[in-house]
Design a protein around this ligand. Structure first.
Ligand SMILES: NC(=O)c1ccc[n+]([C@@H]2O[C@H](COP(=O)([O-])OP(=O)(O)OC[C@H]3O[C@@H](n4cnc5c(N)ncnc54)[C@H](O)[C@@H]3O)[C@@H](O)[C@H]2O)c1
Ligand SMILES: O=C(O)[C@H](O)[C@@H](O)[C@H](O)[C@H](O)CO
Length: 261
């Protein structure tokens, strides 16, 4: 039987999809025929995003809500279900990072990162899964990170959250497999987006470090995630559950090499 990557008739919600990786994954899902619902929490960014999608002939349904607010999430998902239909694919992409040495990190800032990057995917997944359980099908895709596997100076809260998100993925996969819901993750390597703009400057030691550390020798382009998200959203991955697919140009496969070699 031919693997089926077609997403016609599917409704996908991508959180934090006004730009960056969320936008690229939304476009990939739309190109496979899915109906797209995008979330954001900044009205001006949402307006600009809708124009960007339209310029590529993609029409999206947009909903502004804060993914960390369980009441707002419940209201928004109920509204989406009434206005668009039941969500069959959820991509938990919204996230944030703080780059602060652990000795200087304010515990409240640590808590905020955990709230957005770990608790929020739980909140949105739980609400969306209630309907997926009734329908007997669903795909949930959590956007993890290299920091789901590795540590690095200054990103203690982010690494704790993204490591936790990997384990949340495995746990929800375990609990919800019986309802025909697959919960998987994508772990992007280092990608050229707003989030990495401060460390992706020519001549910045971190920029040189990443180019040298990545076997592919380049930063990821957001479009590099399209194949993985379509696979995990489609029936081609129906027996894949609790996995994280790392899309990282080979970083996790290697110890790296000395600069200049
Ligand atoms: N850029 C990278 O190299 C990289 C690598 C690995 C993982 N990631 C992860 O991929 C995801 C997207 O990354 P990006 O680089 O596009 O980041 P980004 O910072 O450019 O975008 C994050 C999005 O999340 C949204 N968001 C944040 N808090 C929110 C909230 N409370 N409610 C609703 N939306 C909220 C933002 O508005 C934004 O649209 C994040 O989870 C990030 O941690 C990024
Ligand atoms: O400061 C950092 O190290 C980066 O911003 C990361 O954490 C990446 O964005 C990404 O998540 C890696 O996979």
């Amino acid at each position: 039987m031919k693997p089926n990557f077609d997403l016609k008739g599917k409704i996908a919600l991508v959180t934090g999809a006004t730009h960056g990786l969320g936008m690229a994954m939304t476009k990939a899902l739309a190109h496979q025929g899915a109906t797209l619902v995008i979330n954001g929490h900044t009205p001006s960014k949402m307006e600009a995003a809708i124009k960007d999608y339209a310029s590529e002939g993609i029409s999206v349904h947009s909903y502004l809500f804060d993914v960390s607010d369980a009441i707002a999430v419940d209201k928004a998902i109920s509204k989406i279900e009434a206005e668009i239909g039941d969500i069959t694919i959820l991509v938990n992409n919204a996230g944030m990072i703080q780059r602060v040495p652990a000795l200087e990190m304010d515990p409240e800032d640590f808590r905020k990162v955990i709230d957005i990057d770990l608790v929020s995917p739980f909140i949105v997944s739980q609400r969306v899964a209630k309907t997926m359980v009734k329908n007997g099908q669903g795909k949930i895709i959590n956007i993890c990170s290299m920091m789901s596997e590795l540590g690095r100076d200054t990103v203690s809260a982010y690494a704790a959250a993204k490591g936790g998100l990997k384990m949340l993925t495995r746990n929800l996969a375990t609990e919800w497999a019986k309802y025909n819901i697959q919960v998987n993750g994508i772990g992007p390597g280092y990608f050229a987006t707003e989030q990495t703009a401060p460390i992706r400057v020519d001549g910045h030691p971190f920029n040189d470090f990443i180019l040298n550390r990545t076997p592919a020798g380049r930063w990821g382009n957001p479009d590099d995630l399209g194949g993985a998200v379509v696979f995990l959203a489609s029936s081609a991955s129906d027996f894949v559950n609790g996995q994280i697919i790392y899309v990282d140009g080979g970083i996790l496969a290697t110890l790296g090499k000395p600069a200049g070699e």
